[in-house]
Ligand binder design. Sequence first.
Ligand code: 5GP
Length: 206
Amino acid sequence: MKDLLPPGVGIQGERGIAFVIAGPSGAGKSSVISALLSRDPKLSFSVSATTRPRRPDEVHGRDYYFVSEDEFDRLIAEGALLEWTVYQGHRYGTPKTEVLARLEKGLDVVLNVEVRGARAIRAANLGFPVVLVFLVPPSWEELVARVRRRGTESEEALAERLRIAREELQHIPEFDYLVVNDSLEEAVARVEAIIKAERMKIVRCA
Ligand code: 5GP
């Protein structure tokens, strides 16, 4: 196909693309991302570092790198994080080298971050395309129900998650795509459609 293209033109999918999936608690980011990863070998997950305690179903190195406060301080000092944030009293950050190495190899990377993180990843000007996807539950009522159903936290922590969720929704205009997660299957198909289209995007190279 390349021999058909005029000089200075390429297809975005020839290089790695960073697909950032953000959205409020209860949007179903983790479920959508696991489904995407299991269906597309060209996608790889950016495992974040966090100081939050591990939940029983989570695996170190797969879901997060669970690190101490000191280790997190060291990551910041070394400039090892592309971005980091504080969420409900715990720190979360994206390891820089891991993401860049995969993009350089031509692999697409999926990131699960809160809204400020998504903005920071775009602002970091990685030299690779960054696609910002905002995932939402079908309604506020459903968001509240999903956060409650998770049930791993105190009433206070739940209220804080809901307050943060309200605030996060205000940032939808900064994103490229809005995906409603009413059914997991359909939400995954919608994100897959975005990924397919972004890979076919025509880019002008210098
Ligand atoms: P949880 O504790 O529920 O796994 O995650 C809490 C929030 O932190 C979620 O909104 C998740 O997307 C976000 N998060 C996870 N890793 C990162 C990261 O590396 N950077 C940023 N900015 N947010 C993250």
